[in-house]
Design a protein. Structure first.
Length: 84
């Protein structure tokens, strides 16, 4: 759950930056804005990949259906429940 929560927070940060800076096709971002945004996107992708990998490993070990486990994790993350 911690990995999913971290990936979701990183995704939220990317959305905040996009909202703050405006669409890159409609206004010119500064070099710093572009760098900040690209770094945030890379972090989000890395964290999401780590969460997906952990989910895959857990599903293999436990033999549970992936969609059921993903739904449980999403619900727990949204409810703010603690977890590993």
């Amino acid at each position: 759950m911690q990995k999913r929560r971290a990936a979701d927070q990183a995704h939220h940060r990317v959305e905040e930056l996009r909202d703050s800076y405006g669409p890159p096709t409609q206004q010119q971002w500064t070099r710093r804005q572009s760098h900040t945004y690209e770094t945030a996107v890379r972090a989000w992708r890395d964290l999401d990949r780590d969460a997906q990998t952990a989910m895959t490993e857990y599903v293999k070990e436990e033999g549970q259906p992936r969609n059921k486990l993903e739904a449980e994790v999403r619900e727990a993350v949204q409810d703010g429940r603690p977890g590993t």
